[in-house]
Write a protein that binds this ligand. Structure first.
Ligand SMILES: C[S@@+](CC[C@H](N)C(=O)[O-])C[C@H]1O[C@@H](n2cnc3c(N)ncnc32)[C@H](O)[C@@H]1O
Length: 305
């Protein structure tokens, strides 16, 4: 009988022990909150073996010592190597009409006074004089999600310069660099209808054929910044009309999720919405958020200050 495990292990360039895998699990959990299951050993090996090669190291033990000495650049590369960045334009498409409706309503209340809408949140009081609505895409990966939000805002306000700013953050600096460019290969765009492609993208020519760049107005609407959701303090100011935190909490355990959710709640406007991924649910944080629609949440206690 063929034993794939033995073949895989013996053909490895570096020894990789269970003990070293456990050390890596601990380090990435402490740094980024990511809980790596033991089924991820091969994935971890192949992604980090590149880092060993880049440094000319001969063992995982040497690599882990380098990290444990606190080499900042390597910590960044380590985290970048272990994130999963799968995303797509208009992923979980049912969220976008909800976002559009919500933003339209918030804008109309802002414009026509909030007489019918109780101002329930301290931040909502502050923002009344502001001319912009703010959205946060908190695990933005390569940018498709934030640009989808921006396209939705163009649709709502019927202008390429809607009164909306989108903050888009991620832990991974590699994906953020790609997101800032806003250039995507045509196969990433094939599910978008032709009219949206024409409206929002500029097709590359010559050496850039086969890719397209999002329009400058969309680039201008979104600011990409690095932010580790696990950090104790986030250098950002609310309030946000909506926070997208989709398909990242699945990598965190419940207590890490709760800490993050607890920090989201004061950053939302009183009637703000939190959008989560399809396999994420917030039952364990029902004191903070309650379900409004499928994987869309509002503050459980809208009078929180
Ligand atoms: C699977 S992608 C989801 C992208 C997008 N939200 C979507 O639903 O299509 C998860 C993203 O979360 C980011 N991430 C993982 N841990 C993080 C952390 N501690 N802080 C911020 N972002 C993190 C990863 O770098 C990755 O880009």
């Amino acid at each position: 009988m063929r034993n794939d495990n033995v073949v895989a292990v013996s053909s490895r360039e570096y020894d990789f022990s269970q003990h070293e895998f456990v050390r890596i699990q601990k380090l990435i959990y402490e740094y980024a909150g990511i809980s790596l299951s033991s089924t991820k050993q091969n994935m971890v090996y192949s992604r980090l073996a590149r880092r060993l090669r880049a440094h000319g190291l001969t063992s995982f033990n040497e690599y882990l010592s380098l990290l444990e000495k606190g080499d900042e650049a390597e910590w960044e590369a380590f985290a970048n190597s272990l994130t999963t960045n799968l995303t797509a334009f208009f992923r979980e498409a049912h969220h976008f009409p909800i976002l559009e409706q919500h933003v339209l309503q918030s804008w109309s209340h802002r414009k026509h006074g909030e007489n019918n809408v109780p101002v329930l949140h301290q931040y909502a009081l502050k923002r009344n004089n502001q001319k912009m609505l703010h959205l946060w895409c908190s695990a933005a990966s390569t940018g498709e999600e934030a640009y989808s939000m921006a396209m939705a805002m163009v649709k709502v306000f019927k202008t390429f310069t809607p009164p909306v700013h989108i903050l888009a953050t991620d832990l991974d600096t590699n994906v953020l660099a790609k997101a800032r460019l806003g250039v995507y290969s045509m196969d990433r765009l094939e599910k978008l209808p032709e009219d949206m492609l024409k409206k929002f993208f500029l097709k590359g020519k010559g050496p850039n054929a086969g890719s397209a760049r999002v329009r400058q107005e969309l680039l201008d609407m979104v600011t990409f910044r690095q932010l580790n959701l696990l950090d104790n303090s986030w250098p950002i100011r609310g309030p946000f009309e909506a926070i997208f935190c989709r398909n990242v909490m699945i990598y965190f355990d419940k207590s890490t999720q709760y800490k993050i959710l607890n920090k989201f709640s004061p950053l939302l406007t009183g009637d703000g919405l939190l959008f989560t991924g399809h396999s994420e649910n917030l039952q364990h944080a029902s004191n903070l958020f309650k379900l409004r629609a499928k994987t869309v949440y509002e503050l459980a206690n809208r009078q929180r200050v």
